[in-house]
Design a protein around this ligand. Structure first.
Ligand code: PXP
Length: 242
């Protein structure tokens, strides 16, 4: 059974809507850990639209489980990660105009440039995960770059409509998970997962962790943050007795 890492970016989105100090994503991180998350994920974007540098610093102090920093593979973020030392850095593509991360990182297309980001992080003892689409060329690039994990992009699965299309995307994810594992890469997955579509993804072979954010924060508006995390942790499986 995979473990749940909760992405608290959108708690910060609500705070930034008023440029005030509530709700605090640091409080959300603590609440998530109490409610069954084994880790906290945050994306420090170049434009600081939700998570701020202060959030990352405070979370480094208070988060007990895994602190996973999503970051664009750029010098500025590399230097911040080297200073703050998250447990894991997940490299994601980033465009200023996008609403959320669109598509996986083109690791294959940047294979010559990425070592200047990855190597210093790895030397500092930070685990490296690459957020990629579940296709052979990207998995091979992740292996060549010495990544510890790939996070398989579940956006195409989440956006698919109709059983046939959903089944096709699920098979692509399964093949990707099997292939990544055979290459010695750990397997994570995430993006666009909800209470309604997560169940089949939980059963992907070799899956260790799921990163889920927006759906949990959305549900928390109605049921409270602790309950929203607990319900997702139950679906992911880690709170089951077996
Ligand atoms: N994984 C990655 C790499 C992401 O960029 C995001 C969104 O920040 C997530 C997982 C979480 O996606 P969602 O908020 O749709 O659950």
């Amino acid at each position: 059974m995979p473990k749940l890492c909760v992405n608290v970016d959108h708690v910060a989105t609500i705070r930034q809507a008023r440029m005030t100090n509530e709700p605090d994503p640091v409080a959300a991180a603590l609440s998530a850990e109490h409610s069954g998350a084994i880790g906290i994920t945050i994306h420090l974007r170049e434009d600081r639209r939700h998570i701020q540098d202060r959030d990352l610093r405070l979370m480094r102090e208070v988060v007990r489980g895994k602190l996973n920093m999503e970051m664009a593979p750029v010098e500025e973020m590399r230097e911040i990660a080297l200073e703050i030392r998250p447990d894991q850095a997940t490299l994601v593509p980033e465009r200023r105009e996008e609403i959320t991360t669109e598509g996986g990182l083109d690791a294959a297309g940047q294979i010559a440039r990425l070592p200047e980001i990855i190597e210093p992080l790895r030397s500092a003892g930070i685990l490296i995960s690459l957020f990629v689409d579940p296709v052979g060329s990207q998995l091979e690039a992740a292996q060549r770059l010495g990544a510890d994990y790939v996070e398989l992009n579940t956006a195409a699965y989440s956006e698919a409509r109709g059983w046939e299309a959903i089944g096709k995307e699920l098979r692509t994810l399964e093949e990707g998970a099997v292939r990544a594992h055979a290459m010695g890469l750990g397997v994570h997955a995430g993006h666009g997962l909800t209470y309604l579509n997560v169940a089949p993804v939980v059963n992907l072979p070799h899956l260790e962790e799921l990163n889920i954010g927006h759906s949990i924060v959305a549900h928390a508006v109605f049921v409270g943050f602790e309950r929203a995390v607990r319900e997702m942790a139950d679906l992911v499986g880690q709170n089951r007795a077996s």
